[in-house]
Design a protein around this ligand. Structure first.
Ligand SMILES: [Mg+2]
Length: 309
């Protein structure tokens, strides 16, 4: 099997989106943009040994590669549309490729995003996805719109992936639910689209709540006060924290792929409705302040957020 057979066999399937004129198979892809929309694009790379372990199933690697990119599009309040895939493989393992391809095709079908091109090379296992989305002109959610008095909110529960990672590192067995939170995150695409009209700033939590919220505060030239007791956490993590006071897991754990956002107080009722319509919990954990920096009430223990280098 050569590279072209591999692409045809595992990375080519019919595209249903009529805006795509050319997908996989030419020198480049072609798609048209509706008038009044801006193109939103993001890239994330997953490397074996850094972002996932050698024992992670191919289907989970495919899921996470796509989900982390969808999550960035969600954080912009945009609609995900197309993606390219660059994959480097240590060897040609057809059963691995089939499992990866089936999972990628299924999840991309669910989110209605079309695979429109990519590249394959030999090398250590690395997956890079470049995702494209669209958003109405000047409607994108950025990190820079938070204002003093806005509430600070998060979606879902925080720290599950970090707790799973902590368990794995300490010889404990995570639950299936915790493994799912680490390996197969759910991007909050629908929520992001709704927040576009309600939030003042938004980010997806990939590196840890503390670090990612700080990105919003810096970009907006504001500060915030949050209370650890208000951070929504799972029952199992609650028990662990009660015993250890280890709030650094939800504060710095990362890999949550929930949205952290700020919104004016007036939008509180509308946020409740969005929470119901999207079936996603939204929790207010603090408030934006004029004085710079992030103040965390209820925990002053050691914590260390994820650093890329
Ligand atoms: Mg992000």
């Amino acid at each position: 099997m050569n590279e072209f057979d591999l692409i045809r066999e595992y990375f080519t399937w019919p595209i249903k989106d009529p805006s795509v004129a050319l997908g996989v198979g030419d020198d480049a892809a072609l798609f048209s943009l509706e008038q009044g929309y801006q193109l939103v694009t993001t890239t994330d790379t997953l490397v074996e040994g850094v972002h996932f372990s050698a024992s992670t199933p191919a289907k989970d690697i495919a899921h996470k590669s796509l989900a982390v990119n969808l999550s960035d599009i969600a954080a912009m309040g945009a609609k995900a549309k197309y993606f390219t895939l660059a994959i480097s493989l240590p060897k040609l393992d057809q059963s691995w490729l089939k499992e990866f391809s089936d999972s990628l095709r299924q999840l991309s079908g669910y989110y209605k995003v079309s695979l429109i091109g990519g590249d394959t090379t030999r090398g250590s296992l690395t997956i890079t996805i470049n995702m494209f989305g669209i958003v109405e002109f000047s409607k994108a959610l950025t990190r820079s719109g938070a204002r003093p008095g806005d509430g600070v909110y998060v979606s879902g529960t925080i720290g599950d992936a970090g707790f799973c990672f902590w368990k794995l590192g300490n010889g404990l067995v995570p639950s299936n639910q915790e493994l799912k939170r680490l390996n197969c995150p759910t991007p909050k695409i629908e929520l992001g689209l709704e927040l576009k009209n309600l939030a003042s700033a938004c980010i997806d939590i990939s590196d840890g709540l503390e670090q990612d919220l700080t990105h919003i505060l810096k970009a907006s030239s504001v500060g915030a006060i949050i209370e650890v007791e208000k951070i929504p956490i799972s029952e199992a993590l609650y028990v662990h924290i009660k015993d250890t006071n280890n709030w650094s897991i939800p504060l710095c754990g990362g890999d949550d792929y929930e949205l952290c956002f700020t919104a004016p107080e007036d939008n509180e009722e509308a946020l409740k409705m969005v929470s119901e319509s999207c079936n996603v919990n939204i929790t207010k954990i603090g408030v934006v302040s004029e004085s710079l920096g992030l103040q965390i009430e209820g925990f002053d223990g050691p914590r260390k957020s994820y650093q890329h280098f």
